[in-house]
Write a protein that binds this ligand. Structure first.
Ligand SMILES: NC(=O)c1ccc[n+]([C@@H]2O[C@H](COP(=O)([O-])OP(=O)(O)OC[C@H]3O[C@@H](n4cnc5c(N)ncnc54)[C@H](OP(=O)(O)O)[C@@H]3O)[C@@H](O)[C@H]2O)c1
Length: 266
């Protein structure tokens, strides 16, 4: 792999073999970064994402690792150090917990513990000006202000909010390294597998979101992730994508707003 890491931004997107992570990887590639496309098991899909980036004139490579396994994260960090010497942007996108074979503790292990482990393991590779972006959903981010989360999604939403809180607690450490941290939170994103599944299993949950306004697309969401991954504002700000009613609900309970509320709305 020949990467001119003196001029190219090196970006790792976790869980980039499909969905939002894949689109964010493609957009980072189009913006001139070298993109490391992380996947857990779908190597071929990850390679398709890399090929798309390269065919469009960009630069990318795959890197397989189950991010919930600390040993695999250690190996991933070592491989990035060896291949590139640094990492400019870490996008914490991979998420889960609804998998059929997932044990009851998996959601918290992946959505909180693994995110903290990734951030702390990769922090030594991030130079001054580096960026960490945590990707989440409004249902998780606003779980304390708007509680109409579909029953089956509650463990995921709770664990993702716990992940966000644990990462926010690390902001002083990120700051001492000169590394910025932002959160990108989105409404249900049209066209994703999870929304297509919900449309079959719990159609009213998707209908109620559509009734609140048009759902953002994968491209819309990815665009904001890319902006967050390079933006100058990076001290715990949250970038919101869609779902104005969530912002209104949080506004209504302003006394209990998260400290980062409404800095950026997209
Ligand atoms: N979908 C929505 O409506 C929506 C709305 C707001 C926010 N978000 C957030 O956006 C992010 C992406 O969502 P999505 O819907 O695009 O997800 P998705 O389609 O379910 O894709 C998940 C990706 O994460 C990877 N992954 C899963 N577990 C992993 C692990 N343990 N280690 C490494 N990679 C792992 C998968 O890789 P393999 O394919 O190799 O298993 C896949 O590439 C999530 O953080 C989600 O909370 C989604």
């Amino acid at each position: 792999m020949i990467v001119d890491s003196t001029v190219q931004r090196v970006v790792l997107v976790t869980g980039a073999s499909r969905g939002i992570g894949a689109e964010a990887a493609v957009q980072f590639g189009a913006a001139g970064a070298h993109v490391i496309v992380n996947f857990r098991e779908k190597r071929k899909r990850a390679q398709v994402v890399v090929d798309r980036i390269i065919d469009a004139g960009g630069s990318a490579s795959t890197l397989g690792a189950d991010v919930s396994d600390p040993e695999q994260v250690t190996e991933m960090a070592a491989e990035i150090r060896q291949a590139f010497g640094r990492l400019d942007t870490l996008v914490l996108n991979a998420s889960g917990g609804l998998e059929r074979d997932a044990d009851p503790g998996y959601a918290l292990r992946l959505n909180r513990d693994a995110q903290v482990n990734l951030a702390t393991s990769l922090l030594p590779l991030l130079p001054v000006g580096g960026r960490i972006v945590f990707v989440t959903s409004h249902q998780a981010h606003f779980i304390h202000e708007k509680t109409d989360v579909p029953q089956g999604y509650i463990p995921i939403a709770t664990s993702k909010r716990a992940g966000e809180d644990a990462l926010r607690a690390l902001i002083p450490e990120f700051r001492t390294h000169g590394v910025g941290f932002t959160v990108v939170s989105g409404d249900m994103i049209d066209g994703t597998i999870i929304v297509r599944l919900l449309e079959r299993r719990d159609p009213s949950s998707v209908e109620s979101r559509r009734a609140a306004g048009p759902l953002p697309t994968v491209e819309d969401f990815a665009r904001v992730i890319v902006r967050a991954g390079t933006n100058a504002a990076a001290d715990g700000e949250t970038f919101y994508v869609g779902g104005n009613d969530y912002l209104a609900a949080a506004e209504a309970s302003r006394w209990s707003l998260p400290p980062d509320f409404a800095r950026h709305q997209h």
